[in-house]
Design a protein around this ligand. Sequence first.
Ligand code: ZN
Ligand code: ZN
Length: 83
Amino acid sequence: MADPRTCIRCKHQGEPTDKFCVRCAAPLINNCTHKGDIFTKKCERVNREDAAFCSGCGAPTVFHKEGFVQGYSNVQVTSTRRP
Ligand SMILES: [Zn+2]
Ligand SMILES: [Zn+2]
């Protein structure tokens, strides 16, 4: 993973190791938001930047929660669990 990371919100190009945009604080990595529970472990999958839901466990992705994934705005996240 040596590619420079381009911010999905402001298009600023960050360092390959950056996790958040230094210009607008947007997350640069589309991580899964599943924090784990008594049945499953925390999911640390990194998804494609157009992924609204994790390909590993189906939980919403960080980009989806931030509203970066276009075309999914009408999809209601049915999970009622709150941290
Ligand atoms: Zn940015
Ligand atoms: Zn996941």
